[in-house]
Design a protein around this ligand. Sequence first.
Ligand code: GLU
Length: 462
Amino acid sequence: MRVTRFAPSPTGYLHIGGLRTALYSYLWAKKANGKFLLRIEDTDQKRNSREAAEAIEEAFRWCGFEHDGEVIYQSKRFDIYKKYIQQLLDEGKAYYCYMTLEELDEMRKAQQAKGERPRYDGRYRDFCGEAPEGVEPVVRIKAPTSGVIEFVDGIKGEMKFNVEDMLDDFIIARSDGTPTYNFVVAIDDALMGLTDVIRGDDHLSNTPKQIVVYEALGFEIPKFYHVPMILNPSGKKLSKRDGAMDVMEYKRMGYFPEALLNFLVRLGWSYGDQEIFTLKEMIELFDPSDINKAPSAYNPEKLLWINAYYMKTLPYERIIEALKDLGFELSDHPKRELLIDALRERAKTLVEFIEMANKIIHKPESYDPKAVDKFINEESKALLAEYLKSLKAHGEIGDAESFEAFIKSFLDSHGVKLKILAQPLRISMVGSSVSPSIYDTMEIIGYGELVERIEKFLKHIA
Ligand code: GLU
């Protein structure tokens, strides 16, 4: 069974780079009806926060990702890690190192003076003497001292690391007994049956260390996929200002999670020239070996374009739900579907949608002075007043077509063109000269409210 995972360190919010690797891992597991695990790597108590872990889970909920099983917290697994540290000590594959901080410092300085790479020199590797007093030892793993560590990365291909250039007997347990990062990642990936590890390529240099742990414990090594970074349009590391912000910020900016996921799946992966993917299609088509070897560039216009596409095409219920998520309740509005159809071609984000919808749903508080200046004169004012009179005399009108038919006959009988009446009507209804079709707008606000809005506007310009 294929097993993947997302393993964030809860040091802050979840940003889109993390969400993208989570998505890739999720898709790859679901494609094989496998398991996708969520593991919170919270062993470093000083840097982790409970809020950050909750924020990650909240972002997952918003995106509709379901992880299999409970969320796993590494902080609850210290006993397991201790057991494996002890096992390695017992088997002579790890050892206590009593080097003091001063000694460590001295060793590094000496290495630097010789122009060597700072690395642990193995002085306690085969130590069998009396333990020096007053030093709480760390535990170091016996790493190979020469040769290469190789693996085939699913994206980058053949990877070879020269042991002498990058490895030493690294610490697996600190002097207070707590296990270190690379050790616990390897232990957990192995115990949780990970078959495929998909993660950012900033972790590439950790992989040889983790392989040392796998080998020492006789665990099976999973397949690794190291995903290149997301860069900003000028080729630099994505900063907060470019879009590397909290995933939930995208919600607040009015993006659909469907659109964000669609945007992210295409950021670094492609399938022909297809741009729009449902989650189902992503699951069917995604394969991490098709991920680009080169970093991908973040492009906010593309995200906006994809979001506008979802706005145009998502079913009413889904749009209503997404609006509700932003605190905008449309489910009781009698004309909600017409309102959505009137706005979905114009609003690119849910925030824009809400702004536009509020203008239609609520009476205007003010009127755009430029529009008033441009479109209101004695003639149009008189015509609007006349229109109001006929509207009241006619009585209730229900739908957009009937509003349109009524205006046509009104204009015919007065021998005037729609041009003169249309903008004053818009300004009466929404406070500016921008609105969807006037007839749809009339149907949405309804006859009684239309009468009130025209009366209010006529007072304003009287
Ligand atoms: N916890 C690591 C991070 O948040 C990821 C570890 C991994 O994927 O192997 O960067």
